[in-house]
Design a protein around this ligand. Structure first.
Ligand code: SF4
Length: 316
């Protein structure tokens, strides 16, 4: 090893020592350490939450404030103290919501009957929710198999392409309707799973609770549920698999029929476009993704079914 190599190694070793860190490097390393703690299987608390508690800790604030004035050995001692504080806060979670936004990034709430007033008084706009119909196929990130919903649910929308709740103000990591947040959000506690589990005893909100006084609309919803069932769609996709794509017309026919039904009725009943997913749920065409496909409209207006993530090879 030559002299140049030796000096370079010394510089690298120094840079890895807390004694040489700038305040910015200290912050980066605190963040990395807290994320590492949160990944530990025994730790169920999100990193954001631990970080928030840590930043409110006066001992940690004192380290941050004085870091640039400390000499090398004092910085090493201060870093050890920060490690201890981080571990303490990962273990001793305060039993209160600190609005870190982590739950809200993992998904939006499903509404319960008790939440109906939030819609009626406008705290949650009607176009901010949609329906998951009975029998609807869903694929959770933790399951490879499709599951079919046993009962209807009404849910707050997620931001497009994410699981993040529509009402989360991303820049502030705060709920925009915190004072009027739904029951599920009020029960959710990252330090205690108990209250959220108890919620399963509370009745869920359904379209019947919302539209029971609008008889004609309820008739149309019932008819749509009867004529456009998810078991028909699932069976058509099973057939598509069995016939290696030869029965694609059967799937396309179901998509076209469901599309026609919802659009025809929406026009007749004057249903605004942004209320359609509340009234009729998500369209068949939007849901083919859970079967690994997607609908593509050709320049001449015809629709073809293509494998998801594969623009180049249509199956029809
Ligand atoms: S409604 Fe508010 S508290 Fe509930 S998930 Fe959305 S952003 Fe979070």
């Amino acid at each position: 090893m030559n002299a140049h190599d030796t000096s370079q190694n010394t510089t690298l070793a120094d840079a890895q020592s807390p004694a040489c860190w700038a305040a910015e490097t200290l912050r980066d390393n605190v963040l990395a350490h807290v994320q590492e703690l949160a990944r530990h299987p025994e730790n169920k608390v999100p990193a954001e939450r631990v970080l928030l508690q840590l930043t409110q800790d006066t001992d940690f604030q004192a380290v941050l404030k004085t870091w640039n004035t400390l000499n090398g050995p004092d910085r090493v001692a201060a870093w050890k103290k920060v490690l201890g504080l981080a571990e303490h806060h990962a273990r001793e979670i305060l039993p209160a919501c600190v609005q870190c936004g982590e739950c809200c990034r993992q998904g939006s709430p499903t509404l319960h009957l008790e939440d109906v007033e939030l819609l009626h008084k406008g705290a949650i706009p009607w176009n901010a929710v949609y329906t998951l119909r009975r029998g609807e196929p869903v694929r959770s990130p933790f399951q490879t198999e499709l599951v079919f919903l046993l009962d209807e649910r009404i849910k707050v929308r997620e931001k497009p392409g994410t699981m993040e709740c529509l009402f989360l103000d991303t820049s502030l990591s705060q709920c925009r309707i915190y004072a009027d947040r739904p029951l599920q959000c009020r029960a959710q506690a990252c330090w205690d799973a108990g209250p959220a589990e108890d919620l399963s005893k509370q009745p869920y909100l359904t379209r019947r609770d919302l539209f029971k006084d609008v008889e004609l609309l309820m008739d149309v919803i019932t008819e749509h549920d009867r004529r456009c069932r998810f078991d028909q769609l699932a069976a058509a996709f099973r057939e598509l698999d069995a016939t290696r794509g030869a029965s694609v017309d059967q799937v396309l026919h179901l998509l076209a029929y469901e599309d026609h039904f919802r659009n025809f009725m929406a026009e007749k009943l004057n249903i605004p476009e942004d209320h359609m997913e509340l009234v009729f749920g998500r369209s068949f065409a939007a849901l083919v993704q859970v079967f690994g496909c997607r609908v593509r409209t050709e320049p001449d207006g015809t629709r073809v079914l293509v494998p998801d993530r594969d623009e180049a090879s249509p199956s029809s």
